[in-house]
Design a protein around this ligand. Structure first.
Ligand code: HAM
Length: 464
């Protein structure tokens, strides 16, 4: 049997409710902060990412899904959203709109990574980009979107790791100092680090191997090398975060895995550590638009991995919504002609209920009363409507509340009104509200709250 490709997963109905819960909170957070939705293609010209994310990064060198289509175009599945969104910003002349242009997107992302818990080859991100503003207020706002969003889904004990990695004015001096610091350690560091020392020394700080950690710990700190404008921007950002009571931890060795960052970088991590534990990360990328052929456009954003959010919600025991169940299960019973008549009545009723927005399921196939009721109970519906020979003859349905076992009879011509009644979900058939609804539905029919013979009990008796 076929299996989904390694590093991908199906989101089956039992899990989809949790996904929709997280997505709804993401969209709500974006709306509260005034971000508009953008959707860009799943694939782009490969060179967009080679330039944007940067050759020399793991994402481009090791993880990109790059392919030629039948027309010979060199394309890549997006390994992240930022380069695509900046491309769209430039392509649609958004620089002429009021700045910053604030965009959000819920995207699928592809990286040929080594799969493990919380690390996939196809995964989903909530991506936020604020393009066209260099004010540290934009950085603070972007971090606030992420923080408030994660709070709203119910995650606790998170930490914002924060750093500034300077700009093209001050960073080169730091990179020289870092390389000079590493020179005497070349024998002690890993092979990847020796390569990084040549090609991209800043990435040395990102090495996860235990043997390299003591050397990282002694490395010079980039925040000691910031030029005055970068220093001021960073101080403003910290002040704004404090003003919103968003706690942060200064992390001078945080550099992140993409090349486009300038000044602010940040990550949000849960209490359990691990490379794949980062729930979200981002930063400022003032040089990216220019790199992609546009004019200088300061910008800042983040992306948060949706799989990791769900993983952490489960780990923290946050109650997630269950799969949605129908409210009503229509249970036609009977054989041959009687069964056919019951089903014909059921489909008409179902159609009318659904048009009144009542989620309705019909029991299909021919079943005994017992197995029909088993079907009803497995559907998760609260109310089961039994439509059998007697019900058809007497023009009323038997309605049973599966939560408390109570039941009553409702004339067919009042049934839709009765089941669509908003008061009912929390009422029972025999409490005051339920009786009132039932009485109203029956409108003067004295037999309305009569307790009909219990079909469940009869079915059980019949089968024993
Ligand atoms: P990133 O740090 O590469 O940044 O990814 C953002 C988030 O995606 C991570 O914090 C993590 O939650 C999730 N993630 C990354 N790789 C995987 C994976 N293999 N499986 C599951 N989840 C994963 C970016 O993508 C930047 N575009 C963020 C950004 C936006 N910077 C500025 N604007």
């Amino acid at each position: 049997m076929y299996q989904s490709p390694r590093g991908t997963q199906d989101i089956v109905p039992e899990d989809a409710a949790a996904w929709r819960y997280v997505e709804r909170h993401a969209v709500d957070a974006a709306r509260r902060f005034g971000y508009g939705e953008i959707r860009t293609p799943t694939f782009e010209d490969a060179s967009l990412f080679l330039r944007g994310v940067g050759e020399g990064t793991d994402i481009v060198d090791k993880e990109i899904y790059r392919f030629q289509d039948k027309g010979g175009s060199d394309l890549a599945l997006r390994p992240e959203g930022t380069a695509s969104i900046v491309r769209a910003y430039l392509q649609h002349g958004m620089a002429s709109r009021p700045q910053p242009v604030k965009l959000y997107s819920l995207i699928t992302v592809y990286r040929y990574d080594r799969p493990q818990a919380g690390r996939y080859r196809e995964f989903r991100q909530f991506d936020i980009e604020s393009i066209g503003e260099e004010d540290a207020l934009a950085d603070a706002e972007v971090i606030a979107v992420l923080w408030r969003f994660l709070e709203s889904v119910g995650l606790r004990d998170l930490t914002v790791l924060l750093n500034s990695i300077g700009d093209p004015i001050c960073r080169p001096e730091y990179v020289r100092a870092l390389a000079a610091y590493y020179e005497p350690h070349t024998d002690a560091i890993c092979a990847d680090d020796r390569r990084r020392l040549e090609s991209n020394p800043l990435r040395l700080l990102d090495c996860k191997l235990p043997g390299c950690q003591p050397i990282i710990a002694g490395a010079p700190r980039i925040t000691d090398y910031l030029c005055a404008p970068c220093e001021r921007h960073f101080a403003q950002l910290k002040g704004y975060l404090e003003g919103m009571d968003i706690p942060y931890e200064l992390t001078p060795r945080l550099v992140r895995g993409l090349d486009y960052y300038t000044r602010t970088v940040f990550e949000v991590v849960p209490p359990t550590v691990g490379a794949q534990a980062t729930i979200g990360g981002g930063g400022r990328y003032d040089g990216l638009a220019e790199l992609l052929g546009g004019k200088h456009t300061p910008a800042v954003g983040f992306a948060s991995g949706m799989e990791r959010i769900i993983l952490n919600l489960r780990e923290q025991g946050v109650a997630l919504p269950d799969a949605e169940v129908p409210r009503v299960f229509l249970a036609p019973v009977g054989k041959d002609e009687a069964g056919d008549a019951a089903k014909a009545r059921a489909i008409t009723l179902a159609d009318r209920l659904r048009s009144r927005d009542v989620a309705t399921q019909i029991g299909m196939g021919e079943r005994s009363m017992k197995s029909r009721l088993r079907q009803a109970s497995a559907s998760g519906a609260r109310l089961v409507v039994i439509i059998g020979e007697e019900e058809l003859r007497e023009e009323h349905a038997t309605v049973k509340d599966l939560q408390n076992g109570e039941q009553g009879r409702v004339p067919f011509d009042r049934l839709v009104e009765y089941l669509a009644n908003d008061a009912l979900p929390n009422a029972t058939l025999t409490d005051a509200a339920g009786k009132a609804a039932l009485a109203e539905a029956a409108s003067g029919n004295a037999a309305s709250t009569d307790v009909a013979p219990d079909p469940v009990a009869s079915a059980q008796m019949a089968s024993s």
